[in-house]
Design a protein around this ligand. Structure first.
Ligand code: OGA
Ligand code: MN
Length: 292
């Protein structure tokens, strides 16, 4: 029952006095889950965790997704993915270098996107490496009524390939990235997602689009759809009060709710200044919109 929670903002809670390396006592877990519904970014400070402990902590929140980039899975728990710019002596990458370099909600290009992403900060660079968040519930709540009406019940088209999306660019830091996305463009079907997503547990609505994955609107010509998306993106970036920048400390375990946030890696660091994160993702259900 021991942990302390500090409410940083409506979006963010900071937790101290909890050891995620041990099974979480049921009362603490219940309290943490409630906290997480209110504050969709939770940072638990000062965690000394191996990949195995992180995996065990994450499994208390639901089914873990298998990671699709097997070369970068952690050998101690293959459900944990390494994000890093570190290299082996032969120059090869030890982890994913360009994760999250544009605003997005994780795996919204899949019909059942992951619900929760957990990142454990193993090593922070001396400079940069922040993660930015936008509270898409607050964005939705602040939208003018007529804009809410224009998007209610619509589905947006999401796609994983960066080469289909003029709002993003392919990272030059990752060898073969352009070929990879060209291949994904051919192999992967677009997925329709509700533009307004209802959080199942609370009924709260969030705008559910992102510059990274949203490329169109179902049943609408681009001549209408692209200006509407531009208007929505302009709106979501129009007020810094909806944003939070996480400045990592080594040992932070941060997890967020992809149903109601956009996030982005801030970058701004360079090898040999190493950043290393361990990532696990908890599976989610099919997103839906239920009118209030
Ligand atoms: C992710 C992600 C951002 C970061 O892991 O899904 O977007 O700052 N990471 O590493
Ligand atoms: Mn991400």
């Amino acid at each position: 029952m021991g942990f302390l929670a500090n409410f940083v903002s409506p979006m963010v809670a900071e937790v101290t006095g909890l050891d995620c390396g041990k099974p979480t006592p049921p009362e603490d877990l219940a309290r943490l889950k409630q906290l997480f519904l209110e504050h969709p970014v939770v940072c638990i400070r000062d965690q000394i965790l191996g990949a195995r402990e992180q995996g065990a902590f994450a499994r208390q929140w639901g089914l873990l997704e298998a990671q699709d980039r097997s070369a970068f899975c952690h050998p101690d728990d293959t459900d944990v993915l390494i994000l890093s710019n570190d290299r082996r002596p032969d120059g090869s990458q030890i982890g994913i270098v360009d994760a999250g370099d544009f605003w997005h909600s994780d795996s919204s290009h899949l019909s059942e996107p992951c619900r929760i992403t957990m990142l454990h900060s193993v090593k922070n660079p001396a400079k940069g490496g922040d993660t930015h968040f936008i509270d898409m519930r607050a964005v939705y709540d602040a939208m003018p009524e007529d804009l809410k009406k224009r998007v209610a019940g619509l589905n947006a088209i999401h796609h994983v390939s960066k080469t289909l999306n003029p709002r993003v660019a392919v990272s030059t830091e990752r060898a073969g990235a352009a070929e990879y996305y060209k291949q994904r463009e051919k192999e992967t079907k677009p997925v329709a997602q509700p533009m307004v997503r209802t959080q199942p547990e609370t009924g709260r609505q969030a705008l559910y689009i992102s510059p990274r994955f949203t490329i169109g609107i179902e049943g609408m010509d681009d001549a209408q759809a692209q200006p509407l998306l531009d208007e929505l993106f302009r709106f979501m970036f129009s007020n810094p009060i909806w944003q939070y920048t996480h400045k990592w400390r080594d040992g932070d375990l941060v997890f967020w709710d992809n149903s109601c946030l956009n996030h982005m890696a801030g970058g701004g660091y360079e090898y040999p200044d190493v950043r290393r994160m361990h990532r696990s993702t908890i599976a989610g259900d099919r997103p839906f919109y239920r009118a209030a």
